[in-house]
Design a protein around this ligand. Sequence first.
Ligand code: SF4
Ligand code: SF4
Length: 185
Amino acid sequence: MVTVEDCSKKRIVKEIKVDLDKCIGCRACEMACSGFHAVPKFSSTNPARSRIRVIVEDRKDVYVPVRAGDYTPAECNGRNTYVINGKEYSECSFCTASCPARDLFKAPDSGLPLRCDMCADDPTLPVPMCVQVCRSDTLTYVEREEESREEVTYDEVESGLESLANRYGIDKVADLVARISRTKS
Ligand code: SF4
Ligand code: SF4
């Protein structure tokens, strides 16, 4: 496919929003996710197999649900420390990567990396499992609009020009193209 130029369009993206203030650390999300991904489905639950893990600090009532992102073959160089309600956390605590530096987001039996699939199934779940079971509304499924870059091909340009020529006449379209080419040169 030959790309002529990119055009931006709006598209709807669905995502899981996390409101940390509401999390009570019940870990129902971990159980639901691991049950959904068990084979056969819901035959067992094991938080170690979950694609969402709740980082817990009981004494401070701090619970941070983190969903598994991409696998990374090497641990990163940088380390930041976060302080939440006076308790220090390493950046790794909230990282979404399945990484060689820690055991999080690896299948307990095979060691293969785990990744949140937004509950991909056939058909995809209308609402992800972790959101369905989160009674405190910490996890909500929301929609947001974002710019998307779409490639425009020569074929599409040709058919666009053809329809303009049919509508306004070939001379007007040729004039327009000549004017645009002068401003771009
Ligand atoms: S189910 Fe909701 S409230 Fe419970 S631990 Fe998970 S995110 Fe927090
Ligand atoms: S969206 Fe689905 S796969 Fe991802 S963490 Fe939640 S339950 Fe697991």
